[in-house]
Structure formats: C-alpha cells, structure tokens
Design a protein around this ligand. Structure first.
Ligand code: PMP
Length: 317
C-alpha cells in the first residue's frame, strides 16, 4: 500500500472501485488512478501514450476496432468480438498486429492494470506507420495496435435503462461497407452530435427508402403492435452487432416472434416498443423517437426482459 498526502482534487473524483473518497480520508489507501494503455508492445501511462503522426489511422482512418464489455471482471462474448475483428482485418487486408492468443493476454492485462471490474476494453488496429500515400504501405509494414480499458458505472447504466432514451432520425449517408467495423466514423460522429444537440442519446440512420438501418453506434429494434421483434438483416447496410446476434438467440429461446427485416420510420413511430443494442449498453429501451412517445413512453416489457436475461445467453470468458 502506498501512503502519502491526498490530492484534494482527487477527492472529487471516483476512485477505482467506483466510490467517492470520503473527505476524512487524509491518506491515500487505494491504488493510484493513473490509467494505462497498451500501445504497440508497451504498457504506457495514458499521459505518455501517443501514436506516430504518420500512423494511417490518424492520416486516413485506415483501421478497425472492437469494443468488448467487461462484466464482473470477465470478458463478454470475447470469441465473437475477436472473430469479427478477424473479418474486419481480412476485408481491409490489414495484418494482425500480434497473434490473437497474445491479444487475448494483452486485453486481460490492460483490464487488470486499469482495475476494470465493470466497463469496456477497446482494441484498435491500423495499417501502421508509413509516409503519407493513399495506396497501401510497403509489404511488411507492421500494423499498429492500441488497447485501452475503462470502468463504466453499472448503476448509472441501469438508471438510464429504467428511464429509457430518446432517439432522433437522420439520413444514412455512409459508405456501402458499414459491415466492416472501421474507425472511419465521421457520419456516425455527426449523427450522434445531432442527437446530443437535440437532447437525444442516439440517432437512427434512415436509408433512401425511409427505412431505419441502425443507430450511430448501436443496432436498432422495434416491437410491433402485434408483438413481433424486428431488426434489419445484417447485410452490407449495417454492422452485425455482437449484442444483436446474441439477442437473436435469446429471444428465440424466450419464444418471441422474430422478424429479420427492414422497418420504416413510420412503423417505428407506431411501434409498441423500441430499443437499441451495443456491447456497452446491452439492451437500451427507446421511449421517444423524433419527439414522439413510443408506446406509453416507458421502457416496454420485451426490452426490459431481454435486458435482464441477456447475459445468460452471452459467453463469459
Ligand atoms: N452499429 C454500429 C454502427 C456500432 O458502432 C455498434 C457498436 N460498435 C453496433 C452497431 C453494435 O455492435 P455491438 O453489439 O457489437 O457492440
């Protein structure tokens, strides 16, 4: 244990096990808060962690990422996330920066060093560092990797889910390969910002036929007035969310009627329930779409039950 004077500013921040330090703690009894990132083979303090200005992630958004939930110190659906990372890398012809088995160790070590019990681990791989030229760098240029982890407050997430979130809709003006989980997220960034500036949590993207594709960082779902659970097929128009895949298994087990088809924004406005899914939020009820209440404006029973049961169907590693 390290003993020493406490920085008064730190008393205002949550400590590593998610509680505020009581003001009578005049000596530090918890581990230091400094966060750690894994960058190309080294664990660095976040203050010192940086990438080369010629990294192709920085220059061209030429890279991919994964985000995996950490729950009670365990990785949720790690296997599926690593499989999707493999697919993203293959589609873009980016080499593995290290063996998948080594990546599994690095993810756990990053979680450990950041003392994450509930939160997320983030992995980003880019095509590496090379003189700026649009075409691929010379063969053998190593890809770059960054792994970070941070805690999320499960209670805050539960409070949000108990209230439900508002979404707005915006045109989906992304490229045609959104099935690849690339770090090129500018349309998603702009969509999310539109949502935030209108007091909503998420933006649903709408295709040229007026049908919802997905959220800016989530998959989109509705429950129709006759109780069918609907989400868009995972073609090239959406990212095949891991939470989405697990949930499809879960709702079949629960005997719910599932329809994998596109739904219109008009249908969404008339839906009995709506929700979004993502690894960082699991199932998050949507209670307002473009300012109109969904159902009675409260999280619905289907979304609530799926949220409650999700982790029974997920893989814990
Ligand atoms: N769609 C988009 C555009 C996303 O960014 C995400 C989250 N990364 C998802 C869907 C949900 O995917 P997952 O369930 O694997 O987190």
């Amino acid at each position: 244990m390290k003993w020493g004077p406490v920085n008064p500013v730190r008393l205002l921040h949550k400590n590593w096990y998610g509680r505020r330090s009581p003001p009578w703690v005049f000596f530090r009894s918890e581990p230091p808060l400094s966060r750690v990132a894994y960058v190309n083979g080294r664990y660095l303090s976040r203050r010192d962690a940086s990438v080369n200005i010629e990294d192709r992630g920085y220059q061209f958004a030429d890279g991919v990422y994964e985000l995996c939930e950490v729950r009670e110190g365990r990785l949720i659906d790690e296997r599926r996330h690593i499989e999707r990372l493999r697919r993203s890398l293959n589609e873009l012809k980016i080499a593995w920066p290290l063996a998948p088995s080594a990546l599994a160790v690095v993810m756990r070590e990053t979680i450990r060093r950041n003392r994450v019990y509930n939160g997320i681990v983030y992995v980003q791989v880019t095509r590496g560092v090379a003189r700026r030229d649009h075409a691929f760098p010379p063969a053998g240029t190593p890809s770059s990797i960054v792994v970070t982890a941070r805690s999320l407050d499960p209670a805050a997430n539960e409070r949000l889910a108990a209230e439900g979130i508002a979404v707005i809709t915006v045109p989906d003006d992304r490229w045609s390969r959104v099935d690849i989980k690339t770090i090129a997220l500018l349309p998603n960034v702009l969509a999310k910002q539109s949502a935030r500036s209108q007091g909503a949590r998420e933006a649903w993207l709408v295709d040229q036929e007026g049908r919802v594709t997905e959220g800016s960082s989530t998959n989109a779902w509705i429950v129709t007035t006759d109780g069918k659970v609907v989400t868009r097929p995972a073609d090239n128009g959406i990212l095949r969310g891991i939470t989405r895949s697990v949930l499809i298994d879960a709702l079949k087990v629960q005997g719910l009627v599932f329809e994998e088809r596109a739904f219109s924004i008009t249908e969404a406005h008339a839906a009995r329930e709506a929700f979004v899914t993502a690894a960082s939020q699991i199932v998050m009820p949507v209670v307002r779409i473009d300012g109109r209440l969904v159902g009675d404006g409260k999280p619905g029973p289907v979304a609530t039950a799926l949220r409650r049961d999700f982790h029974r169907h997920a893989e814990w590693a």
